[in-house]
Write a protein that binds this ligand. Structure first.
Ligand code: AMP
Length: 210
């Protein structure tokens, strides 16, 4: 299955993407994680992307499209994939279509802005495997350490309160119109993204008929 996860930053795409990946046996492709790795490794893409990511702004479409094009060629994508955080603009969605990589379903996880701000400022992530936690609502088994790989958790620079506001504005202006794009193609499904991780997972699996 080729699935796109839509929703504001912090709406749970990363957490639910992992659940879906296990259920469907296909990889999650998170452009945010790909960019963060590129920045850490100091690659050419990382150099181009860093100032945009730090400011909570979108990285130019051509950089992102190139990054995704390379990733979907990998053998683990042969049976499908889950995009988390891509596409984020209409030109990115059109580029996917042009390359014959249209999704089967675009699933939007709906969370009010107020909840997003609380979630993101308390979010902690694993810099190694990308797993996501929360100081209050989704604590790891051992404080400050990733359950999956034991790496020390960090707060992402762009989860600082002032950057969260900028990212939400970017989401509403540039990414939310994707819902209309996929609705017109009969591919949009929306789920309520508030409540516990397990409840949201149930809504999602039901919406996808899993
Ligand atoms: P995320 O981890 O998905 O919240 O992404 C973190 C940051 O990476 C975003 O705030 C953007 O600066 C950048 N980014 C991730 N995915 C995209 C994309 N599809 N298009 C443009 N910028 C992106």
């Amino acid at each position: 299955m080729k699935l796109i996860l839509l929703g504001a930053p912090g709406s749970g795409k990363g957490t639910q993407g992992q659940e879906l990946s296990e259920k469907l046996g296909v990889p999650v492709i998170s452009t945010g994680n790909l960019l963060r790795s590129s920045i850490r490794e100091g690659t050419e893409v990382g150099e181009k992307a860093k100032s945009f990511v730090d400011a909570g702004k979108l990285v130019p479409d051509d950089v992102i499209i190139e990054l995704v094009r390379g990733r979907v060629k990998a053998p683990d994508c042969a049976g499908g994939y889950i995009f988390d955080g891509f596409p984020r603009t209409i030109p990115q969605a059109e580029a996917l279509e042009d390359q014959g990589l249209s999704p089967d379903i675009a699933l939007s996880i709906e969370v009010p802005d107020q909840d997003i701000e609380t979630r993101m400022t308390g979010r902690r992530v694993c810099p190694d495997c990308g797993a996501s936690y929360h100081l209050v609502s989704l604590k790891p088994a051992h404080e400050g350490l990733c359950d999956t790989c034991g790496t020390e958790l960090i707060r992402r620079d762009d989860d600082a309160p002032e950057t969260v506001k900028a990212r939400l504005e970017t989401y509403h202006n540039q990414s939310e119109p994707l819902k209309g794009f996929y609705e017109r193609r009969g591919k949009l499904k929306c789920v309520v993204g508030t409540g516990s991780v397990d409840t949201i997972k149930l809504h999602i699996f039901e919406a996808l008929g899993l």
